[in-house]
Every structure is written in C-alpha cells, then in structure tokens.
Write a protein that binds this ligand. Structure first.
Ligand code: NZQ
Ligand code: ZN
Length: 387
C-alpha cells in the first residue's frame, strides 16, 4: 500500500427528510446564495422545501447552471456573489450544479487582476480561499458532494477542464435518496455508469497489496451492478436508490483511492468528447473505457484478472479469455443500463480526432494513466477504436 493522507471533512446527512436538518448546518446570519440548474428543482418542489427549511434567513438564488457547467454562465453568479457579499453557497442539484458552485466559491474571492479561468489553467493550485459551500444532491454520480474536484467548460474555446482545491470541499451534503426518484432514466443510467467508472479508474491499475481498498472497490462495483438495473425498473424503490446514492459518493470521496495508483485516462479522453461532440459525461466513459482497458491489457493484466474473477466470477479459460470476458461484460452492463458504447450509436461517424488530440497535447496529457502509457498515439487509437 502506498503512503497517503486522507481528509474527508464533509458532514453527510443521509436519508429521507434530511432537508429539514439544513438550517442547523448554515450560520444563521449568513448571506446564502442558493444555486441550481435548468429547473428540475423547481418542478420537483425541492427548491420550495429548501426555501421553507431556511425561511427567515437571508437568501439569494441563481438558477440556470447547465449540464457541463459553463464558465460563461458561472461568471454571472460570481458577479452576484461579489455584489451581494455572499458568505455561504448552497448547491442544489447534480454534479454540474455542485461543480459550478465550487467554481463560484473559488472565483468570487479570487485575485481581481486575474481572469477566473486561470483557476482551471492552474488546476486550482493558486486558490487560496473560497466561500464555504454545502450541497443538496439530486443526482448520484460524480461524488462532487464529498470531494475537492470540479469540472468546468468554457464554451467560447471548447475547453472542458478540472480543478482541485481543498477549499471547495462541501461542508455538508444532504443525500436524500427520495430526491432521485424524479430522475429521467438517462440520468439514472449516467450516474451508475459514472460511479462505476470512478471505481475502475482507481482499481484497475496495478496491484500494491491494498486489500481494503480493493475489496471496498469490488463491493461498490458489485452494488452498482446489482442495483443499477433495478433503479431503471423500480424508480421508487428507496433501498435501491439509497444503495446507489451511497455507492456513488464513496466511489469518489477519496476513500478507495487512498494509497493506490490512479488511472483517469478514460475521463481525460472523455472530457474532450464532451467538449467537442457534446456527449453526456457518462456516455463518453461508456464509449472509451472498454477500448481503454483492452489497449492497456498488458500493463493492467493482474488487476484485470482480479476484476474478472471477483466482480464477474470468471475463473475458467485462459488469461486472455478471462480478460476479454471481463471487458465484454463491462460493455454489456453499460448497454443494459441503456448507455450505448460506440460513437456511431450517438450518430458520430467521423469524430474530430485531430481537435481532441490537439487539446490533449495542449494540456500536456501525452502520457496518461497510472503508468504513463496513454500517449497521443494510443489516444488516437482509442478514439478510432471507439467508433
Ligand atoms: O439542470 P436541471 O434542470 O437540474 O436538470 C438536471 C440535468 O439536466 C437533471 N437532474 C438532476 N437531478 C434531477 C434531475 N432531473 C430530475 N430529477 C432530479 N432529481 O439531470 C441532468 C444532468 O445533471 P448534471 O448535474 O449535469 O449530471 P451529473 O451529476 O452527471 O454531472 C455531470 C458533470 O459532473 C462532472 C462531469 O464532467 C459533468 O460536467 N464531473 C464531476 C466530477 C467531480 N466533481 O468530482 C467527477 C466526474 O468524473 C465528472 O467529470
Ligand atoms: Zn466521472
């Protein structure tokens, strides 16, 4: 096991009705900006319940944060936060609202002489403070509710980039599985696939004898495999939703990733597919991951075999057959969730590979993966093979 430092200070308020506990999490004299997305929280009544829970407090609202939250939209909220001297942010929505709110939190107090996009260019390294934030999650997927990451898109230049900062880790996260009943099937599936791939990125690397992390990872994968399809046919099944929600949070809150190597190449290639071709985040992962695992089958051999045995119960046949079987089963699971795994399934016959490779190169992503094996040449192969 590798050395690690783990600090996960988010207070988790899990379960039905936890919105009622919101009031006690926010300083009573705070000037609170509630942020939300394209309107689902208005339609579902979640925003009304939050207004009620916080009645009497000084509240402001900023809606319209879109999926793959854009810098252009978020700068409007930054201006509002500065003008109204906001000192607490409450994000209500999915990963996009949470990520966007992390950006607002970091950008509002950011150096006035610098463009806030600089936060992304420096991957958060120069962030020295942020407005404190909390979250009410409505879409289990990204783990953003309990981590220090955020992914922001700049539409004008076609960039989708991430930043990390301990200052933007949510102070608390309300995880009420009932709030996920209203999700469209596409978003349920996206969430399960995203969480599944988060586990894979931290698990299918090379062995470092980290038994706890491995078995946590396998437990999360098995839970998502078991519960994901059920959520599509039984949207109101509380136990199913609860298990998915907690799996998604644990998949990317630092726990399973502590002390082990990480890959993340599937995510990095996926972000370029979203930026260039507009696919949902999870759709890009479903397209890239099977090809990526196959392309790295030699360097990932030991963990692929472990994955085949412990997650898919594949014990017979040659090593190559078991690895093929595990990759095929992974692809079939995504398809079963209703997330297609080929670019052509999304109508993309001619992916703009040159533009995506140029972006990867510009970001310095020329040796991605836990062993630096994903060169630009291999990325080209992966985009080609994903068609
Ligand atoms: O915008 P509204 O109207 O709220 O609708 C949203 C949106 O259209 C809808 N939705 C959310 N909760 C709902 C609901 N509809 C009905 N009922 C509910 N309860 O779902 C749609 C998608 O929402 P979005 O927030 O975009 O999805 P997701 O949570 O999958 O977030 C994706 C974003 O997170 C980033 C992705 O790159 C992408 O930008 N990621 C963030 C990570 C992180 N911070 O650690 C890691 C991930 O790998 C990922 O990159
Ligand atoms: Zn992801």
């Amino acid at each position: 096991m590798n050395n690690f430092m783990l600090h996960t200070p988010t207070k988790v308020l899990f379960g039905e009705g936890q919105i009622a506990a919101l009031r006690d999490q926010i300083p009573s004299d705070a000037r609170v900006l509630i942020t939300y997305g394209g309107g689902s929280v208005l339609r579902t009544g979640v925003l009304t319940r939050i207004r009620e829970a916080l009645s009497g407090m000084t509240l402001f609202e900023f809606g319209g944060i879109e999926p793959n939250p854009s810098y252009e939209t978020l700068m409007g909220a930054v201006a509002l936060a500065r003008a109204e001297r906001i000192d607490f942010l409450l994000a209500v929505g999915g990963g996009s609202v949470l990520d966007g709110t992390k950006f607002i939190a970091a950008a509002a107090p950011y150096a006035a002489d610098k463009d806030s996009w600089h936060i992304l260019e420096t991957v958060g390294g120069e962030v020295q403070g942020a407005i404190p934030l909390g979250a009410v999650l409505t879409l289990p997927a990204t783990g953003s509710e309990m981590n220090m990451g955020a992914v922001i898109t700049r539409k004008s230049t076609g960039d989708k980039q991430h930043f990390f900062s301990p200052f933007v880790i949510p102070r608390f996260a309300v995880l009420d599985p009932v709030l996920t009943y209203t999700l469209p099937a596409r978003q349920v599936a996206n969430g399960v696939v995203d969480a599944f791939v988060h586990v894979i990125e931290q698990y299918i690397t090379y062995p470092v004898d980290a038994k706890v992390q491995d078995r946590f990872a396998e437990g999360l994968l098995l839970t998502l495999l078991e519960e994901g399809p059920k959520a599509l046919v039984e949207p109101d099944n509380y136990a199913v939703r609860a298990n998915i929600m907690w799996s998604a949070t644990l998949a990317l809150n630092g726990l399973i990733g502590a002390g082990v190597p990480h890959d993340w190449s599937t995510h990095m290639l996926g972000h370029e597919l979203t930026a260039r071709h507009g696919l949902d985040h999870a759709q890009t992962l479903a397209v890239v991951l099977p090809v990526m695992l196959d392309a790295q089958r030699d360097s990932k051999r030991a963990k692929l075999l472990q994955y085949a045995e412990r997650v898919w119960d594949l014990r017979d046949g040659s090593e190559a057959e078991r690895i093929d079987g595990a990759i095929a089963a992974t692809r079939a699971f995504f398809e079963r969730m209703g997330v297609p795994t080929r670019l052509r399934d999304y109508g993309i016959e001619q992916p703009d590979i040159e533009t995506m490779l140029a972006k990867l190169e510009a970001r310095g992503y020329t040796a991605l993966g836990e062993q630096g094996k994903v060169t630009l040449a291999l990325s080209r192969h992966i985009y080609e093979a994903a068609r």
